[in-house]
Design a protein around this ligand. Sequence first.
Ligand code: DI6
Ligand code: FE
Length: 416
Amino acid sequence: MYIHINLAGKTKNGSRSQPMRKILSGLRIATLEDTGAPYGLVENGAIGIDGERIAWVGQSIPADWNDVERQDFGGRLATPALIDCHTHLVFGGNRAREFEMRLEGATYEDIARAGGGIISSVKSTNALNEEVLLAQSLPRLDTLLAEGVSTVEIKSGYGLNIDAELKMLRVARRLATMRPVRILTSYLAAHATPPEYKGRPDDYISEVVLPGLDAAHAEGLVDAVDGFCEGIAFSPAQIARVFDKAKSLGLPIKLHAEQLSNLGGAKLAASYGALSADHLEYLDEEGARAMAAAGTVAVLLPGAFYALREERAPPVQILRDAGVHIAVATDCNPGTSPLTSLLLTMNMACTFFRLTVEEALAGATREAARALGLADEMGTIAPGKRAEIAIWNAEQPAELCYRIGFNPLHQLVLKA
Ligand code: DI6
Ligand code: FE
């Protein structure tokens, strides 16, 4: 059955008798495929959908599709459905008070070292049972989905004990059953050292992070393993212990690297063949070269750069020159990026990081899929890919990035 989601976020399920084939016509299609045209644009195009896959894309309808039901979109722009490849959207409470403290002059690191920051969200997350945590997280997911998002990555990392990390991941899995969305989970117990292990981060890794990963993996809760490699979090040597465990379980890895300083995290991640290294404000050329060689995607998170009023942008030109694939994501989290708009994120990626519109749009579709290991399945509009297509009240791709705080989604077409 086809699911169409309109602007108000309401979902209409097609009836079971609906045919397997469908044509979306009257579209300006930004395929994001490498066709030589900007955005891989197909003008006056149509998309043939067969089951859950795209069968064809082009200007003429194949003869054997002549009697297939068509929906005409009157010249609107179609793009691949958006993908948010880095979020922490399952958490309890909020950190509005820290926002005020930063306005009064405290820095993010000051607040973290004083027991606020991530630890304050750990307390408010762990105070909630699974149902309430789910209820608090759902509106954030809905806000993302209303902008044409089909796929969201969600990390744990606000539990910091085994049961609480598993609880977060279960909530992430349950969210996927409540909405027409694909959710990928990342195990991020190596996000911060909890107070009971203060000064003993290696013991925390031995006693919580590693056995917790075994338990979460055994329950089928982990799609990837992440860590926070930073002066206020974990060293490369500590992260390497987590990655060794992930590798032994056959799980892909990702890393928060070079956000506030350069510890060589991106190079470490690349040496493990990481799917992505994320943030990267302090990345150097050596790190970029290592990422390019390993095919590790750079996930840029302009929401955190904005909220922390960072002055150092990630080295986009170095990434381009090295041939690193660039994705963009919200980093939706209560501390450094309370952001639930991927369109606004794309705008920020252009405005703050000087990405081109094509890079920003590819970053929230094709490259975001790559950062999740799903490049063969989604992220472009091409035969064989999943039929997950956003249709916009817009003519040009640039309209998606240039407006601020406006949602031009006309319809999200998904096969469920
Ligand atoms: N980097 C971030 O920006 C978030 N986590 C991370 O590793 C911040 C998380 C928070 O402050 O709650
Ligand atoms: Fe993050």
